[in-house]
Design a binder for this molecule. Sequence first.
Ligand code: GLC
Length: 755
Amino acid sequence: MPAHKQTSVFFGVAFTVAGIFLQPAFADDAPTTTSRSNPEIEKRISLLIENMTLEEKLGQLTQQWGGESQDVNPGAKKQALDDILGVVRAGIAGSFLGAYGAEYTNRIQKVAIEESKHHIPMLIGNDVIHGFRTIFPVPLAEAATWDVGLVEQAERIAAVEARAAGTHWTFAPMVDVCRDARWGRIVETSGEDPFLSAKMAAARVRGFQGEGLNRNDAILACAKHYIAYGAAEGGRDYNTVDLSEYALRETHLPSFAASVDAGVGSIMSAFNEINGVPASANDMTLRGILRNELGFDGLVVSDWSSITEMINHGYAADPADAAAKSLAAGVDMDMCSFSYRDTLKKSVESGRVSIRLIDDSVARILRAKFVLGLFDNPYAEPSLEKRVTLSAEHRAFARKVAAKSMVLLKNDAGLLPLSDSIESIAVIGPLAKNQHDPLGTWSLNGRDEDVVSVIDGLKQRVGDKVLLQYAQGSDFLTGDDAMRNEAVAAAKDAKVALLFVGEAENMSGEAYCRATIDLPAPQLELVKAVHATGTPTIVVLMTGRPIVIPWISENIQAIVEAWHPGVECGNAVADVLFGDENPAARLPVTWPRHVGQIPLYYNHKMTGRPPAENNRYTSKYIDIPWTPQYPFGFGLSYTTFAYANLTIEGAASAPSNPIKVAVDVTNTGSRDGDEVVQLYIRDLVASRTRPVRELKGFKRLSIPKGETKQVTFELTRDHLSFYGVDMKRIVEPGRFQVFVGPNCTTGVEGEFEIK
Ligand code: GLC
């Protein structure tokens, strides 16, 4: 079923609440950018292409910066709107990024429709990564909710605000899988696991693309960065990727395949090379797997100047060589390298490049514009933009997502949740009174003044009942005695000390990679000094990645990972710390004890000498434990849950019929709460070694205190299969272990056998 038909009941709620006037939904045969099913559209595309010169076609294949600002290429002249409108009028670009707002984009569209030769509308794309103006928690935090419905709805809201502001296309979801917390872009991922990443990717595509791309509440999604960008050596951005085809297919492909299955309308090719061939000209991954195997016929856009960067890679001799190779591999649109526009005419005339390839790419771009309804209704509605942007409903939902994304890592002696009757709280740290960094990276149109800071959120929660004493205590990377002593004094006077420490928004994200992923020393000294006062101390980490915190993990009584929570930061922090929201979030990444452990991930192989305490000659370190600080899928709650009665049925007729797994989960604590029930398998003996655990199912569900719920899963052929030595997916007979629990290391176990 095409994506636009897969709607969830939530959308009705979101629309009603947001008061959006919806355009009529598509008829049943709603066209998508990846199908040529609408004869009317196909006819109009052919007619346009027949009447376009080669230069005009190359204009359609070109995307450039469309914002009135210093062009992002250093030293480039400052662009004014007149320059941009000149580009539109001349038809030398078909798409812009960096253009925002209904009024501004309407001016661009007006020139495109009324003054350009073929009256082709501009396709406006932007990085709507975790919200447009209502900024949600960073994507890694959203993944920590393990709630695909919630994430889908968050992207729905992002799409509503973006389309109303004249953005038709988002360069999201970023679906890369990452096992290396040194990589700055881990913050944009859904973590280390292919299964969780695939579920989140599909949810995001559905959220962005909604019920029909020609509606004024939908935007074209773009799964990126194709492919294996998250496997950059050393966790250094843009770095070399060299991996087996097994690893490519088993770890990095599932989230893209899930995006294609969900109907994603576009794909972005990555900066990195894969086994010696750059992703933006990689015929095996682009034409071989994406187009031919997955059947993706939508739009492929390069990453920013990744085409001409193939000269740096040593894969192309010059821009003409790079452009010809990228086009041949299946990249339709050139983001900001201008090599398509500047070199392909000569390449066609010399016979190096076939005009058919160019026409195919122009057709895909025009199809996207038709399917988005831009030919029939190119304009955004300023009144709608005003009504939906940063609406109270959107903020409320952002608060809910943020509270559900915060992971309770430690809570000794139930120090949390805080009681309303507490007299005084010290609120300390560089993130305590901060309206900028909680937005996180890629905050696009988010504004500092929109952000509820931690201290303001706590104030709103406690009113004048509790004395709040604020002290910054340190900066992110520096600090001094005076700042620290002020924080110590505040902590001494208070019943509890809250420390908000971690990363600035520019310490994770693109090109923000870190060789050490510690909490910077001045902040750790601050934590130690506050802890030394003897006042009960709680550390709330706000980061874009897991950071190394051995001392804090050992000595601090309660620890929460709040990530970069977005505009509703302070309110969501208050909701969690005071227990209005019982935390249930789970880590989507393994949390290392030391950067030297990386790469560290849960679905690793057994090896011939698995680590053992009492045996030196096994796979481990002599200087630190081999285990993580916190495992994949880990997170605590203010209540407790017990797992029992695991049943496994249907193995006899598997894998042609699904295996049914059921378990009883009981809330054994004193407070209602959500539990994220996770299902893992292990294929014990196979023709290629299999990981010790593989996530194959998860459900986040609410269980009232004292109650028990039965949770069921199905294991199908797809869950049980793997790529054999001949690179074909197979299910082999043999024993499988099943684990169902609250994270990848604990829970109830069972076994079944495939005959
Ligand atoms: C960047 C990023 C990509 C982004 C694009 C447009 O370099 O790699 O994720 O969508 O350029 O901003």
